[in-house]
Design a protein around this ligand. Structure first.
Ligand code: SF4
Ligand code: SF4
Length: 101
């Protein structure tokens, strides 16, 4: 089996509990590396929230479109090859465990 990787230029930190689930960020992400969490994965407000997959370009479009300041965007010094279609575990801020604080 081929281990596919995706060139990834940056990452985002997602402040999950600020998210109201409007989904504006999903089409705004041109590489398509954001997806909403599963229906049973919700934040303290009961809203689904975005999850980041490998392939972020650090373009900042998500940060610009989000009305609730959920995203911080970071660009890597050197692009990284990360496993394709796997969630970026560093992208979720504390409290992304369904709200059990
Ligand atoms: S745009 Fe912001 S508030 Fe709307 S779903 Fe995305 S992160 Fe949540
Ligand atoms: S910075 Fe750009 S590529 Fe990365 S998640 Fe946000 S919109 Fe997508």
């Amino acid at each position: 089996m081929i281990d596919a990787t995706t060139q990834t230029r940056g990452t985002v930190v997602i402040d999950v509990d600020r998210c109201k689930g409007c989904e504006l960020c999903i089409p705004a992400c041109r590489p398509g590396v954001l997806a909403m969490s599963e229906p049973d994965e919700v934040n303290v407000m009961g809203a689904r929230y975005p999850v980041l997959f490998a392939g972020c370009t650090a373009c900042r479009a998500c940060r610009e479109v989000c009305p609730d300041f959920v995203f911080e965007v970071y660009r890597f010094d050197e692009p990284q090859n990360l496993p394709a279609r796997s969630p970026d575990p560093g992208s979720v801020a504390d409290g992304a465990d369904g709200g059990a604080r």
